[in-house]
Structure formats: C-alpha cells, structure tokens
Design a protein around this ligand. Structure first.
Ligand code: PEP
Ligand code: MG
Length: 755
C-alpha cells in the first residue's frame, strides 16, 4: 500500500496541511476522508462521531452515498462500526459481510464492499468516534495499514476534542467530547463541593503530531527511553523510593515495563508511521488506557496503570516538563482530580482554594483520605477513569456523602447541590453558635468534648470547634504522610507546635500505631497473613525499642515545663503496659541525667482496644493514670469483623448488647478505681453513639472535629439521668431481645434530640 501516493508519512504531511487550512469544519472533514481513501487506495473512507446521546453519526464519507452524511446514525451495539466503538479496538476483516455483527444501512450503499478496517478515534482512552476504510475486493489490510489508520485517527481525535465539530451538530446530538457524566465511587470524606477541575498531573498536550524527520524522532525516542531507564535504575539503587511516593514494587514494575521489548516495539512502530515521538507515546498510551478500562482483573488493571504512568513519565521526558503541577495558579474552588495521590502531595496545595478531591483509586483507609479529612475537603475515591473524562476547568461536583462525582453537571443538578450546600452552611452556623457554650446536659452533667487529631493542619480545629483539648493525637499520621522517616527533631517540632497551640488544653499523645492498615511507604513491610492481628503498634514498639524511645524522648522534651499525657496503642496484656511504661521512666532518667528540662507532670495511660484487656481491667487500672477506649478496633476484634472491609464491618451493630456491655464495664471499673476514661473511637462521633456512651457513664469523649457541633447540640438537649435509666435494663436484657438502637432513636425523637 505504499503505492503511488506515498504511504502514511505523506498522508500525515498532507493532513497537517489540511488541518491548517482556513476552511469550514465540514470541508476539512471532507478533504480528510478523500485524502485517506486516496492514500490507502480504499474505495471508502468514513468518519463516525460519537454523540452525547450515545449513538454514532456519520460525519463525512468518501465512497458511501453523500446523502447519508449526518443522516445515518448507528447505535453502539449496531454493526461493525458500533463494535469498534464499544470495544475501543480495531476490527480488520477481508469479508465484513460474513461477520455476525455486520449490519448495513441501505441509504449508505455499503452492501457492495467486502473488506473493512475500522479503528476507534481515541483520546485519553475514551472513544470519540470511529474511522473506517472499505474496499470492494476481499483484501486483507496489513498490520502497517492498520497502524497508519490509527495514527490518522489521532489527528481526528484532536479535531473532535477541539470542539470544532459542535457547530455541525443538532442540539442534543453534539459530539460526546464533554458530556455530563455521573460516576459513583466511595466516600472518602464527608462534604459537598462545587468547583472546577484541576488535574493533579496536568495532561500533557501535544501540539506537534507529524514528524518532519523520522530518523530524528527515533533518536529522540531512544534517548528519552534511555534516560527513563537510568532514572528508574538510580531510584531503585538509592532505595529512596519515597521520593516518588511509590512503593518499591511499583518501581520494580515500572522498570520491568521500561525494559519490555513489546512496549518499545510498539512505540518504535508508531514513530515509523511518521508521527513524532511524543505522538507515538500518546498513541500507545491511549490504547493502554482503553484496554485498562475494559480490564476487570484487578492485577492486570494495576499493571496497565503502571504502563500508563510510565508513558506519562516518558512524555514528560520528551517534552521537558517537570513533575511539579501548577500549584501556584490554583483557581478558587479547585477540585483536584488524580488517579492516585500521596498524602504529602495533597498537603502541598493551597488549602484556602482547595474544595474537593476526586481519585480514580484510593479507599477510605488510604493515607490521602486521612489528609483530606484533616483538611476538611470533600473527597471521593474509586471514580473510574476520572482523569480521562475531565478537562481542566470543567465544572464538577464532589458529593462526599454519597461517594459520587458529577462532571459537567446540568443546571438542575447544580441548583439542587447549591441548595444542599446552603442548608449545610446554615447548620454549620448553628453549630458555630454553640462553640462557646459549655457542653452540659439539661440535668447539669458536664460532658467534656475533645477532638482527635494527628497533623499540623488539624491545629485550627481546636479553636474552630471550641474543643476542650485533643483526646487522641495519632502520632503515626506524621509518619504516614511523610516521604521518609521523620527525624527526631521533626517529631519534636510537631509535638511542641501542638502543645503551644493547645495552651492550657490537655493533649493526649498516642505513641506510634503503625502496622495493620497503617503502612509507611518507606518502611519495608513484612508480609503478614493477618496484618490487623500482626506485628503492629506497641508490639513493634517493644520489639524495636529504639524507635519508641526516640519518640518518647521527643515527646518528653516537647512537653518540658508542662504536662505530658502519653498512651500506648494495642496493649493486650498488663505486662506490655509495664514494659512500655518502663521505657518512659528510662527516657526520663536519661533526660534528667543530661540536664534537660522535664515535663512538670507525666501521665501514662493506654488505649483499651483489644478485648483481652476487658478481663484484666482491675490489674490494669491499678497501673495506669488513665484509659482511652478505642471503639474502632475494639468492635473489629469483638465481632471478628475487619473494620476496613465494608462487607463485614457493617454487619454488627455497635449499639447492641455485647458491645455496650463491654463499654459499660470499662466505664464502671474505671470509676471504681477512680481513674479517668475517655472514648476516642468513631462511635463517639455519631450523636446516637455519644448518647449511648453518656448513658453508660462516659463523661469525656474525643471526636472527629466535624462531629463536635452535632454531638454538642444533642448533649444540650439531653437528660443524662433519664438516658441512663433507659439504657441500663436494655443492656442487661438478653442479647438480641431488644433492638437498642431503635429504642434510643425513639427516645431521641420524643425528646427532640437531633441525631
Ligand atoms: C480505635 O481503634 O478506636 C482508635 C481510636 O484508634 P485507630 O482508629 O487509630 O486505630
Ligand atoms: Mg485503634
């Protein structure tokens, strides 16, 4: 087929001229199909464009009947053209009429053609249309021809994406370049945000598709691949994988692909058709993305993601982009869209302008979700192909309650959400008005409300909520969002900043709770069968005392001249508490000996989150200064239900007798021993949970900052004695005989308590 008209390179050069001509969109399309047909010695060349209504419209043809243009409309499940679009993959047939999907439209006069080659017009993995050539004879199109047609389709993709064709469309039947899209994923952080898309990794726009000199392009490609490989090698050798925020095995996978001959071969082939090296990378990447979207096997999907990432790196290499996204020019109401993002990267953005976050991956326990929560931005994860379907600046709504993203929403949808935002803001104002009101029940019981925190960005929450202090400071969060192990000086600086801001308000620091789902990307993880039951938290701390000791030292020094409250996570036996407390004593002695100023007072306590402690409470309470109940882990272990697995985590009601009996016993024993007890798990952050806990005798609760308002509003209307009277017999009655939640709800409804 490199016949009289000079093959794909000549075609591309001619196409470039046509693209630059000052003609109408229809004329440009008409010229394009004539050029392609002539160049490929095909009798037919047609362009079908995918419309917002999901159908394919014939936009131009050479060879089929002209009258059919803009009249012939196919469904995506109709005929071979539909199949190319729905599968996003080329179809190459020497006798199309024998193919089961063949369906012809009489108005096109297509029935006399046998050979068929159709390729999808793809952009960022999305199908925008179909480009077809046909011949009367039963000929077979070569692989090279297929390749050339795909390259040509790229030029058409740019033309469609530019919006140029919209003028040719009937209303409601515009090209599906920027359709309204609703996607459901998972909620990562509560909240609703309306704003405009900012791509975390800006899409690299290629302006130069057609090569002047193929040899030169091949050399550019070769050089870029060589640099990419040596960069990956160096990163792996240095072992500083955290630099890119990736796990080591991801980098290993990258390196494997970077040396993969198949991938390179595809890139080289694409360049050989006459396009630039960057256009070749995009071509191959677009195919990869399209495959990825059809792939259901999670492992293969992950590998395709790796390939996609690698292609991005290569593109940056070729075009000299640096990695840093446009953080400075963040528009107001920015909604960040990313495939996945490290927690530190999110912290780099200007909080004042950031409203929401949309991720293609990322479950509720991902580290970036923790940061989104601390920043208080609406966030959703698992939104399929989010980065592929948005364009920078697009309007977007993030619904962090239902876990949905609405891209380019209709005015109706937007209006409905604006109303919801208004309502929430009004409620927020009501909570704000409660901020300085003492948290006391109607019958005069003071309930101390503290907040849970873990990062510097949490600091403003103390003042915003009017909380009495920080009941749980999760020190592991600093470790989780950092790119590498925080140095002792960095730990010290954070703890001191927290204590400075808290002032007279108490802060309870929990020592490192890593392991389980709390993984540090820079620490080699030991593969464990059951990480939640594995080598984590205090177990790791006692086995590697160096780490725990340096943290304790940083805490003791930061609290010099003040009070320090420190507690240990995941204590399962009193001996563990003894050993951990001994480390505190040792550090105190060490600091004293070296003349350091010490805290005025040190209180040492423990989390109660392992059920075995329920049966050692008397021994434990003799030793500790205070207890804090971790209902999240306690419930997971009591019910043997993984808290991160939605299938089982919601199977058991935390407001049923077994759990409430456990919480009640802890409160009673603590009171008998005269030791303070707090509850800092999520249970306290729901008004109905707080109601139950207060009824069981808890007087100090530590909450998610956003829960302080709603819980305080409930407390102000509550009669604690009445609630205690209600719950006591319910908890004692045979388990399962009464639905305690329903009784509590009915109680709240008759007393006008807002749950
Ligand atoms: C808990 O387990 O309830 C708790 C507060 O700790 P974390 O959620 O950090 O495990
Ligand atoms: Mg816990």
């Amino acid at each position: 087929m490199r016949g009289a008209l000079g093959g794909p390179r000549v075609l591309l050069r001619r196409l470039r001229e046509v693209m630059a001509e000052p003609v109408s969109a229809q004329e440009r399309l008409d010229k394009t199909v004539v050029l392609i047909a002539a160049n490929m010695v095909a009798e037919v060349c047609s362009v079908y464009v995918l419309r917002v209504d999901g159908t394919l419209e014939l936009y131009a043809t050479e060879g089929l009947k002209r009258e059919a243009v803009h009249l012939t409309v196919l469904r995506v499940d109709e005929g071979l053209v539909g199949l190319v679009a729905s599968e996003a993959t080329p179809i190459n047939l020497s006798d199309a009429q024998t193919h089961p999907a063949f369906a012809y439209r009489p108005e096109t006069g297509e029935e006399i053609y046998h050979a068929f080659l159709g390729v999808p017009i793809l952009r960022a993995g999305n199908t925008l249309g179909v480009l077809v050539v046909q011949n009367r004879a039963r000929r077979t199109y070569s692989e090279e021809e297929e390749e050339a047609l795909q390259t040509t389709a790229m030029v058409l993709a740019e033309m469609i994406a530019s919006g140029e064709l919209s003028a040719l469309a009937k209303p409601g039947a515009e090209p599906a370049v920027r359709p309204i899209v609703h996607r459901k994923g998972v909620a990562l952080n509560d909240g609703i945000a309306l704003g405009h898309v900012v791509l975390h990794e800006p899409r690299i726009t290629i302006t130069n598709f057609i090569a002047d000199d193929v040899q030169k392009e091949l050399k550019r490609l070769e050089a870029a691949v060589a640099t990419l490989r040596s960069d990956l090698d160096t990163m792996l050798e240095r072992g500083d994988v955290a630099e890119v925020g990736e796990h080591r095995d991801v980098l290993e996978a990258y390196r494997m692909f970077a040396y993969d001959r198949g991938w390179l071969h595809k890139l080289t082939e694409a360049v050989m058709t006459g396009i630039t090296a960057e256009a070749a990378v995009e071509r191959v990447q677009s195919d990869t993305r399209a495959r990825m979207l059809r792939q259901t096997d999670p492992y293969l999907r992950e590998r395709l993601h790796d390939l996609d990432d690698l292609a991005n790196r290569l593109l940056r290499q070729l075009l000299g982009y640096d990695h840093a996204p446009a953080r400075e020019q963040l528009p107001d109401n920015a909604i960040l869209v990313a495939r996945m993002m490290g927690p530190a990267a999110l912290l780099d953005y200007d909080r004042k302008k950031l409203r929401g976050l949309v991720l293609e991956e990322g479950g509720p326990t991902s580290h970036v979700a923790i940061v989104a929560r601390a920043l208080g931005i609406a966030a959703v994860g698992e939104i399929e192909n989010a980065t592929g379907i948005v364009e920078p600046g697009d309007a977007i709504i993030v619904d962090g309650i239902s876990g949905e993203a609405h891209i380019r929403p209709s005015p109706d949808m937007e209006a409905a959400y604006i109303e919801r935002v208004r309502l929430r803001a009004r409620r927020q104002l009501q909570y704000l008005a409660l901020r300085d009101r003492p948290s006391v029940t109607r019958d005069g019981e003071a309930i101390t409300l503290m907040i849970n925190a873990g990062l510097l960005v949490d600091l403003p929450h103390i003042a915003e909520t009017g909380a009495a202090g920080i009941g749980l400071f999760r020190t592991e969060l600093q470790f989780m969002v950092a790119a590498q192990f925080p140095r002792a000086s960095e730990q010290f600086a954070l703890y001191r900043a927290i204590l400075d801001t808290a002032g007279a308000r108490p802060v309870t620091f929990r020592t490192l709770d890593i392991g389980g789902d709390k993984v540090l990307p820079y620490m080699r993880n030991v593969e464990e069968e059951n990480p939640a039951l594995g080598w984590r938290a205090i177990r790791l701390g006692l086995d590697r005392p160096g780490l725990l000791r340096s943290q304790l030292r940083a805490l003791l020094r930061a609290a010099a001249g003040r009070e320090l409250k420190v507690m240990f996570p995941m204590i399962a036996a009193v001996q563990e508490f003894d050993a951990a407390k001994q480390l505190v004593e040792r550090e105190l002695t060490h600091l004293r000996r070296h003349g350091h100023k010490l805290p005025d007072r040190v209180e040492v306590g423990t989390m109660v989150e392992v059920p075995a402690l329920l049966f050692q409470l008397d021994e434990l309470l003799k030793r500790v200064d205070f207890l804090s109940v971790g209902s999240n882990d306690m419930l997971q272990f009591l019910y043997a239900a993984d808290r991160g697995n939605a299938r089982v985590s919601e199977r058991f009601d935390p407001l049923s007798a077994p759990a409430l009996r456990a919480f009640s016993m802890i409160a009673r024993k603590a009171s008998e021993h005269g030791k303070p007890v707090t509850l800092c798990g999520e249970l306290a952050s729901k008004p109905i949970g707080a109601l139950a806990l207060i009824a069981l005798g808890y007087r100090v609760l530590s909450l998610a900052p956003s829960a302080v308002g709603p819980v305080k509003a409930m407390i102000l209307d509550l009669d604690a004695r009445e609630a205690a009277k209600l719950i006591a017999p319910l908890v004692e009655s045979p388990a399962g005989s009464v639905a305690i939640r329903e009784k509590l709800e009915a109680f709240a409804a008759t007393r006008g308590l807002a749950l």
